[in-house]
Design a binder for this molecule. Structure first.
Ligand SMILES: [Zn+2]
Length: 455
């Protein structure tokens, strides 16, 4: 890599600053090719498109994608059960398959996603682009604390760090003391982890004292939403002494295909490979820019297991205006706001765990951890909601009441607040489980199947 290339703020200047009109034209050309390929090569998609009365030749402009049906995770699971191992939407021949990336399987059987050699190339390149956008350069030591085993982000960052020419430490989910030892001895400058794990490493650093040799400069956090919550970002930056950025990916689509740039102005989408839509959760109709809705993603270039209008269950808003950094690819300011599955309905109020997280992490007397427990009072049949928080030292009088009042302002219902000693809530190197819902027979959130497209 030349000195001029290293000095450039863009990994691929031409592509990342492509004028909107040209980006739209590129998307349209790639979408047409992908739809035709799915219709011709996949009985799964042909049946779906025929049922919806949508044909690839109907696509004249990008907005015509709204005529095509959504794909849900449940549907993929059923398809793979009927046609193992990967369903009839696996378009690349098996000889071209290179890697299996099953979903984590927290809500039923995992869905198998396959990467071909061509897919690995695309994913490596756009992951290098995201790493570069928040400042990773060849001279960096990249500590990759994303899991490598059956989790999609570890391999992608590993390949991309090598592509940039950085030195990669494949730390995976080694325990926090080992992570700290490696980052100190090898002078890691960039850290990749879930926000929970990043905070845990930071907590350990606070307990043991920050080694003077520590060279961490930046961190990008994915696998859970949170790095864009102002209070969580501020904590990550303070305890680790870094600039913290948000990362996003999901197994069925791709890892690490959206990250923040150094402007910290929201997730930038790699729009040359992914078509991003935001739709109304009830009607399924497209929403205008800036409105909050369900994130729908279409693979424009995926070879092996392409998704057309995948219903992610994640809520976000999209801003298509160019960023201060000069990139033209659309952003989601605030990142992923909540998951469809995570929506909590309690005594008529609706809220997300992220709102509790934001409130709890605004209290300097509390640690980063919390638990939310919902249950039903056996005697009265009333629902109960308790938030457990950890005091970092001796809790001052009235702390629980102040936390409860702050939560009531945000959630519009008042949960009970219990303060527990520091370190009593479980820490994790993977994705944290902070909500325990023991209420009986309660349906949470909107129906599992999204509505059919109304056009
Ligand atoms: Zn930007």
């Amino acid at each position: 890599m030349t000195a001029a290339e290293v000095a450039d703020q863009f990994w691929d200047r031409g592509l990342e600053t492509l004028p909107r009109r040209e980006l739209d034209a590129l998307q349209l050309e790639r979408l047409r090719r992908q739809l035709a390929r799915c219709y011709d090569g996949s009985p799964f998609y042909r049946e779906k498109f025929d049922r919806a009365g949508a044909a690839p030749q109907h696509l004249e402009r990008l907005s015509d994608i709204a005529r095509f049906p959504f794909v849900t995770k449940g549907e993929l699971r059923d398809e793979q059960a009927a046609h193992p191992p990967c369903g009839r939407y696996a378009l690349a021949p098996q000889a071209a398959w290179r890697e299996l990336h099953p979903s984590s399987g927290t809500t039923g059987h995992p869905v198998n996603t396959v990467w071909s050699a061509a897919d690995i190339e695309v994913i490596t390149d756009h992951t290098a682009r995201t790493l570069w956008s928040f400042g990773t350069r060849p001279a960096d030591v990249v500590q990759n604390a994303f899991s490598y085993g059956l989790w999609v982000a570890g391999m992608a960052v590993h390949y991309a760090a090598a592509r940039i020419g950085a030195f990669c430490i494949p730390a995976g989910t080694a325990p926090a003391p080992r992570q700290i030892e490696m980052m100190t001895r090898l002078r890691s400058s960039v850290l990749l982890a879930t926000p929970s794990f990043g905070l845990y490493i930071g907590e350990r650093l606070r307990e043991t004292g920050r080694p003077p040799e520590l060279a961490l400069r930046a961190g990008c956090f994915g696998g859970e939403a949170g790095a864009e919550l102002p209070s969580t970002r501020a904590r990550l930056e303070r305890v680790l002494g870094i600039d913290a950025y948000d990362y996003y990916g999901l197994a069925e689509i791709a890892p690490t295909f959206a990250s923040e740039c150094t402007e910290k102005a929201g997730l930038h989408w790699a729009e040359d490979h992914y078509l991003i839509e935001i739709v109304d959760p009830v009607t399924g109709l497209p929403l205008p820019p800036g409105e909050l809705g369900v994130l729908i993603i279409t693979h424009l270039t995926r070879d092996a297991t392409p998704m057309i209008r995948y219903w992610t269950n994640d809520y976000a808003r999209v801003d298509p205006s160019p960023c201060r950094c000069g990139r033209t690819h659309a952003r989601s300011p605030g990142g992923i706001v909540g998951r469809h599955d995570d929506l909590i309905v309690y005594r008529g109020a609706k809220f997300y765990p992220a709102q509790i997280e934001q409130t709890v992490r605004g209290f300097p007397e509390l640690s980063d951890e919390f638990r939310l427990e919902l249950d039903t009072d056996g005697a009265t049949g009333l629902e109960r909601c308790t938030v457990f928080v950890e005091a970092t030292g001796q809790p001052p009088p009235g702390l629980a009441e102040r936390v409860r009042d702050a939560l009531r302002d945000v959630l519009l219902v008042g949960p009970a607040v219990e303060i527990v000693p520091a370190g009593s809530l479980e820490r994790t190197a993977f994705k944290a489980k902070r909500v325990l819902d023991r209420r009986r027979g309660l349906a949470v959130g909107p129906p599992a199947q999204p509505p059919r497209d109304a056009s």
